[in-house]
Design a protein around this ligand. Structure first.
Ligand SMILES: [Zn+2]
Length: 215
């Protein structure tokens, strides 16, 4: 099965993806990670992408699809894929459908729209701290620490994410909601959009997702 998450900042998309990967063995493709990997690899495609980004431009939909397709070739389609960060627009959604159908004889099965109150999302986003050494992300509101302020895994001192302050959160949240409306309509019309109200705990949200998957 292939899954897309549509989720505003603070909804816990990353956590839910990780839980799905662990339980169902799906592959997780984050286009943000892909862009970084491709650039770091020094490939021709990577050089092209670096040039575009350094020039302050957006990577075109065609290039994104080329990159995604390369990654899917590498991982295979059999285990199923969670798409993270793509598509963001209706045009990208149409292109992804086409790629899945024509190249892999596959399709997107579930689009989970994680719904969360803005105030709750902000609380979560602003409580986010991360370990600079091992990359583990914690939330001061939800996680338990062996030693307050230090990573449970590697004992490094945890840091707050710099881009998380109230003002920038507001902007990111509002722009996300308005920009993804066409995408939500697109998948809703296809009958594969599932609204999931975020629970207080990540396990609650995951349970709702599993109920939908097992229907
Ligand atoms: Zn750590």
């Amino acid at each position: 099965m292939n899954i897309i998450f549509i989720a505003p900042p603070g909804a816990g998309k990353g956590t839910q993806s990780e839980m799905l990967v662990n339980k169902y063995g799906l592959n997780h493709i984050s286009t943000g990670d892909l862009l970084r990997e491709e650039i770091n690899s020094g490939s021709d495609l990577g050089k092209k992408i670096a040039e575009i980004i350094n020039g302050g431009n957006l990577v075109s939909d065609d290039l994104m699809i080329e990159m995604l397709s390369k990654k899917i070739d590498e991982l295979g389609i059999e285990k199923g894929i969670i798409f993270d960060g793509f598509p963001r627009t209706e045009n990208q959604a149409i292109m992804l459908d086409k790629l899945m159908e024509e190249k892999y004889a596959s399709k997107i099965n579930y689009v989970f729209n994680l719904v969360i109150e803005k105030s709750e999302a902000m609380k979560r986003a602003l409580g986010r701290i991360l370990c600079p050494s091992c990359g583990k992300i914690y939330n001061v509101y939800f996680d338990k620490f062996d030693v307050d302020g230090y990573c449970n895994v590697c004992n490094s001192k945890l840091e707050k994410r710099l881009d998380d302050n109230e003002e920038s959160f507001n902007v990111r949240f509002d722009s996300f909601i308005s920009k993804t409306k066409p995408l939500i309509d697109f998948y809703s019309n296809k009958g594969i959009l599932y609204e999931v109200k975020c629970g207080d705990k990540k396990e609650e949200t995951f349970e709702k997702i599993e109920v939908l998957l097992n229907k």
